[in-house]
Design a protein around this ligand. Structure first.
Ligand code: FNR
Length: 190
């Protein structure tokens, strides 16, 4: 089968290293995965005042999540946590109350940082949020990318062999995980 993967890039920066990482992951992913970005930059800041009359940007986000078989979060760590723009998008997708779009969606979390711990603390925060939202997460392998400009071209070509091997392995495991969760959902096991 082919799976539609909706991906979030947690950075709004034009020169984002996480956007470069997203391009690399798409290049290296198995052919059974097709990717659509779920944009976050034009969402207003969420408030429950919007719940009574959800705006088009919020509805579009929820529709994109609903149409995705799996979700992939590719994000930097800002001040040891989830970037505000990404957390805002997650808050939008979780509401109105009773319509949490993340429930039972298979998810993967990966991020690149210029620092040595490679977004580990952001990913830990994300796991708490996604657990609360009932989204199954790929637990292993973990992927903490210490971004070296020499390893990536702007278009996402990975120039370093061990990095390319690792990212290829990550996407294979992610694809298998998406398949397992969808199978389990279909059989009503979760
Ligand atoms: C950072 N950076 C950073 N790095 C890290 O490893 N841990 C952190 O907590 C932070 N905190 C942080 C806060 C803010 C506001 C900024 C702008 C940056 C550095 C970060 O890894 C670097 O800027 C990356 O380039 C961010 O990824 P994008 O935005 O280029 O994809």
């Amino acid at each position: 089968s082919t799976y539609n993967i909706g991906y979030f890039v947690g950075s709004l920066a034009t020169g984002s290293i996480n956007r470069i990482l997203s391009k690399a992951l798409i290049k290296l992913a198995p052919e059974c995965l097709q990717f659509t970005e779920i944009p976050i930059k034009d969402l207003p800041l969420y408030s429950y005042d919007y719940d009574a009359d959800f705006p088009p940007a919020g509805l579009a986000l929820k529709k994109s999540i609903a149409e995705s078989d799996g979700l992939l979060f590719i994000s930097p760590e800002y001040n040891r946590s989830i970037p505000g723009a990404l957390k805002n998008a997650i808050d939008w997708g979780s509401r109105p109350w009773g319509t949490n779009s993340f429930a039972r969606k298979p998810t993967g979390i990966i991020g690149a940082s210029v620092g040595a711990i490679g977004t580990a603390v952001m990913q830990s925060s994300m796991r708490s949020v996604l657990s609360f939202l009932d989204a199954p997460q790929l637990n292993s392998p973990e992927a903490y990318i210490n971004f070296k400009p020499s390893a990536f071209a702007e278009d996402g070509t990975v120039k370093d062999e061990s990095t390319a091997d690792f990212l290829t392995h990550y996407m294979c495991e992610y694809a298998a995980f998406v398949q397992r969760v969808l199978d389990a959902n279909a059989e009503g096991h979760i």
